[in-house]
Design a protein around this ligand. Structure first.
Ligand SMILES: Nc1nc2c(c(=O)[nH]1)N[C@H]1C(S)=C(S)[C@@H](COP(=O)(O)O)O[C@H]1N2
Ligand SMILES: [Mo]
Length: 325
C-alpha cells in the first residue's frame, strides 16, 4: 500500500525545507504598507489577496490534507523550484528558475472551450476559489529518469469539469500552455512546436488523482513550476503535466500533443509511467530521486503507474500498454 493518510502525521523537522526569505519581516511590512492582506485567514481555503508589491513575494495558500498524499520524504524546495523542465524558458534544468521572472501571472485567464454545455473563461482568482484547496503530496516521475516528491496544492480537475459540463460527445481534453515570445525567451528555440499542448482521455481527466494545480509547498505556484495554474497527473510521465495553462478544450478526437508530435516513436499519447516499457533510447526500470543524489545513492525501482496502479489501473483494462504507451 503506497498511499496513506497524512492526517495527524507531522513531518519530521529534518523533512521541513527551510523557508526562503519571502517570509521576511520586510515583505510583510511592504504588503501591510500597500494595504493588502499578506495571509488570508479564517476560511478553510482562501484565495490570496492580490499583492500590490507585484509578485515580490509568493502568496500563501491554505489547503487541507488529502488521503491521496504519499508519506515519502518531500523533495527539498530548492530542487522542486530549481531543477525544472519548462522549455518555454530554455532547455537547461536551471533555465526556468533563471528566466521565468518575465512571465506575467496576473491578470490571467483560462478559456474552457469545445464540447461543453457551458464554455467560458475563468479568471485566476475564480480558479483559486472554485473548490476547496487540498495539499496533494505526489510522486512525480520525469520520462528522463528522475523523480521528485512534491507537495502540490490544488483540487481535482473534475471540479472544473462540473462547472462547464462536458457533453456526451467529449472523449478527450486538450490543455494548452501560454506561448508569448515577449515573456518566454525559450520560444526562440524550435525544440518544440509551440504552444505546448498536452491532453488526456476524459476518464483520465475526471480521475480524482488528476489535479488542477495552483500551488506547492504552501504557496502559489512559482513561475518555473507553471504559474499560475497547471495540470498534475502523477501516474504519467511529467511531460503530461502541462504548465501555465491558458486554454482547455474538450474534444471528440485524441489531441495532437507536443511530445507525441515531436517524436511519436518515443512519446506516446498515454505516457503512463511503466518500468516494463522502455524508451527506445533508455530503460525506464529505475529512477534517480532528486535531492537524494550522492555517492552511495542507489537507484530506485520505478513503479508501474508511478505507484498509483491501485487507483488507475482499471482505466486501462484490456489495453495493451506496450502498444498504447
Ligand atoms: N508548458 C510546459 N509544460 C511542461 C513542460 C514544458 O516544457 N512546458 N515540461 C514538462 C516536463 S518534461 C516535466 S518533467 C514537468 C516538470 O514540472 P516541474 O518543473 O514543476 O517539476 O513539467 C512538464 N510540463
Ligand atoms: Mo519530464
Amino acid at each position: 500500500m503506497l498511499l496513506r493518510t497524512r492526517s495527524g502525521v507531522e513531518p519530521l523537522p529534518s523533512e521541513i525545507t527551510p523557508r526562503p526569505l519571502y517570509e521576511s519581516r520586510r515583505a510583510v511590512l511592504r504588503a501591510a504598507a500597500a494595504g493588502v492582506a499578506f495571509w488570508s485567514t479564517g476560511a478553510a481555503y482562501a484565495a490570496p489577496a492580490v499583492r500590490a508589491a507585484a509578485d515580490a513575494a509568493p502568496a500563501k495558500l491554505q489547503a487541507r490534507p488529502s488521503s491521496y498524499s504519499t508519506m515519502e520524504r518531500q523533495t527539498p524546495y530548492k530542487d522542486v523550484t530549481g531543477y525544472n523542465n519548462f522549455y518555454e524558458f530554455g532547455t537547461d534544468k536551471e533555465d526556468p528558475a533563471r528566466f521565468s521572472g518575465s512571465l506575467h501571472v496576473r491578470p490571467w485567464t483560462v478559456s474552457v472551450e469545445g464540447l461543453v454545455a457551458r464554455p467560458r473563461q475563468f479568471g485566476i482568482d475564480e480558479l483559486l476559489g472554485l473548490a476547496p484547496l487540498e495539499e496533494r503530496i505526489y510522486r512525480m516521475r520525469c520520462v528522463e529518469g528522475w523523480s521528485m516528491v512534491i507537495p502540490w496544492i490544488g483540487y481535482p480537475f473534475a471540479e472544473l469539469m462540473k462547472r462547464v459540463e462536458p457533453t456526451a460527445g467529449a472523449k478527450y481534453v486538450e490543455y494548452v500552455t501560454l506561448a508569448d515570445p515577449a515573456q518566454m525567451s525559450g520560444l526562440r528555440s524550435g525544440v518544440l512546436a509551440w504552444p505546448y499542448v498536452e491532453g488526456l482521455r476524459i476518464d483520465e481527466a475526471a480521475h480524482p488523482l488528476t489535479l488542477l494545480t495552483l500551488g506547492l509547498y504552501g504557496e502559489v505556484l512559482p513561475r518555473q513550476n507553471g504559474a499560475p495554474v497547471r495540470m498534475v497527473v502523477p501516474w504519467k510521465y511529467g511531460f503530461k503535466s502541462g504548465k501555465s495553462l491558458v486554454r482547455i478544450r474538450f474534444t471528440d478526437r485524441q489531441p495532437v500533443t507536443s511530445w507525441n508530435r515531436a517524436a511519436p516513436q518515443e512519446y506516446g499519447f498515454y505516457s503512463n509511467v511503466n518500468p516494463e516499457v522502455s524508451h527506445p533510447r533508455w530503460s525506464q526500470a529505475t529512477e534517480r530521486r532528486i535531492g537524494e543524489d550522492g555517492f552511495l545513492q542507489r537507484k530506485r525501482p520505478t513503479l508501474k503507474f508511478n505507484g498509483y496502479g491501485e487507483q488507475v489501473a482499471s482505466l486501462y483494462a484490456g489495453m495493451d500498454l506496450h502498444k498504447a504507451f
